[in-house]
Design a protein around this ligand. Structure first.
Ligand SMILES: [Zn+2]
Ligand SMILES: [Zn+2]
Length: 137
């Protein structure tokens, strides 16, 4: 009887140990996701293209969609520049200012949301969504 009691006590303490380990793990996941301040990226060197005079240059961009971002103006004509994007289908190069994708309708399917995000980066020449930013050379 005593040994059985001992085993069941051990079982309980193990359960508690596992439970506290799990809550500790959960707590750290929550902490990492919500409270840890991600190392702020102070801009990256990107290839930019002016939509007006087609001037291409490399600049350090923090947030291209921020109107206060003075780094993103064309040194030739002063127009706001976008990222230099290239269409994989027709090789057309264009200027794209990445914006927040439009808010999806409630109840929208994942594929439709994905499509919506792709719409924002469509090639203005052939309409293809196989486009991507041109990396810095
Ligand atoms: Zn320009
Ligand atoms: Zn194209």
């Amino acid at each position: 009887m005593i040994s059985i009691k001992g085993w069941s006590k051990l079982g309980n303490s193990w359960k508690w140990a596992i439970f506290s380990l799990l809550s500790l793990a959960l707590a750290s996941v929550v902490y990492l996701n919500f409270f840890r301040v991600a190392p702020e990226e102070r801009g990256a060197l990107r290839t930019l293209k002016c939509p007006k005079c087609r001037h291409v240059e490399e600049k350090v961009v923090v947030d291209i969609s921020d109107p206060a971002e003075t780094q993103c103006t064309c040194s030739e004509c002063g127009e706001r520049m976008g990222y230099l994007f290239k269409c994989e289908d027709c090789q057309y190069e264009f200027s794209l200012i990445e914006k927040e994708p439009p808010k999806p309708e409630p109840g929208m399917k994942t594929m439709a949301k994905f499509h919506l995000a792709l719409e924002a980066r469509k090639c203005p020449n052939c309409g293809s969504t196989h486009t991507g930013p041109v990396p810095v050379k």
